[in-house]
Design a protein around this ligand. Structure first.
Ligand SMILES: [Cu+2]
Length: 326
């Protein structure tokens, strides 16, 4: 049968790969994703399962879908039943203009047979949301066998080499959206232009100004709309790209434009839209060791009194014109 010869071909390919890459043999024996790097946008997660468990055939494979990988659908497999367990996402996402708040959390293929001597692939299709740009998503996977199981669920600590782990969770590192250039850059812009929702708030049009070499501080801008019946407050922000982040206001003192941190947070009144823009309120990135470059994405966590912490990617744009002096 065609299926059978395909499987033989795959086994041969895997055998060839291990022969030519002996130092990384251990890595080949792990369950991994075929594409370990991707840009935000549509992403096909192909889980490669290199063997059964310890001599036993695998009858069930379960993948946990990470937060930020949305609109996920499994590809059916001949000889396997597929089940999708849905649940609420931690955040609401925008997809093709509509809000998405729930979707597949785990996908389980069962009732099949993957012999220890064989290799197989389990496929999900979905979208890597722009909010996870610049981060690594882990897809913990479990193989169940007759009388055994293997869990690929170890997540490396910061700075740890995943190859040191015995059973690393399959992962994909998501590129900063605009760092990919060309088509992907455009997609990133598009995604960043869509609002991020947190509680009653909608956050959109976030961007950070590109900085000159050696410049230790720069501005960030965004629009916040409060669709709720109660006021909220932007009380702080943080970013791994800056030692310190403040919310600033600008005003003219003795004919000189000056800026200072807003006291007690920036109020977002009920039903109102507050724009942080050049010459007015802004996010101030300080103690920046690597000046922001056009095309990069600065990951920012905004902290609201009511809506809590909200992850917002700030695409970096050229420092054209504008009256924001530092
Ligand atoms: Cu400032």
């Amino acid at each position: 049968m065609k299926d059978n010869s395909m499987r033989k071909l795959l086994v041969n390919l895997v055998a060839a790969a291990t022969l030519t890459a002996i130092p990384t043999f251990a890595a080949h024996a792990h369950a991994t994703l075929e594409r370990s790097q991707a840009a935000p946008g549509s992403y096909k997660a192909v889980l490669r399962v290199p063997h059964g468990c310890d001599g036993k055939a695998t009858h069930t494979v379960r993948i946990t879908v990470p937060e930020g990988y949305i609109d996920v659908k499994p590809m059916p497999k001949a000889g396997w039943d597929v089940a999708i367990e849905k649940g609420a996402y931690d955040h609401a996402y925008k997809l093709h203009g509509s809000e998405v708040t729930e979707g597949a959390k785990t996908v389980t293929w069962s009732g099949g047979r993957l012999d220890d001597a064989h290799y197989d692939e389990f496929v999900l299709s979905g979208t890597l949301d722009a909010s996870v740009a610049g981060s690594t998503l882990h897809f913990p996977a479990t193989q169940l066998c007759d009388g055994g199981e293997v869990s690929w669920n170890e997540i490396p600590a910061p700075g740890q080499n995943p190859h040191e782990l015995a059973h690393p969770a399959p992962s994909v590192s998501v590129a900063a959206a605009n760092g990919m250039g060309g088509d992907h850059g455009g997609h990133g812009d598009h995604a960043a232009a869509e609002a991020i929702h947190a509680g009653d708030l909608a956050i959109s049009a976030a961007w950070a100004r590109a900085m000159l070499p050696g410049q230790p501080a720069g501005g960030g801008y965004l629009t916040i709309t409060n669709g709720g019946a109660a006021a909220d407050k932007l009380i702080g922000a943080e970013s791994p790209a800056a030692g310190k982040v403040e919310i600033h206001t600008m005003s003219v003192v003795n004919d000189v434009m000056t800026m200072r941190p807003v006291e007690d947070g920036l109020e977002i009144p009920a039903g109102a839209t507050v724009e942080l823009k050049p010459g007015g309120f802004h996010v101030m990135f300080m103690q920046v060791s690597e000046p922001f470059k056009e095309g990069a994405i600065v990951p920012v966590t905004l902290v609201f009194e009511k809506a809590g912490k909200v992850e917002v990617p700030f695409p970096v744009r050229a420092a054209s014109g504008g009256g924001h002096q530092h």
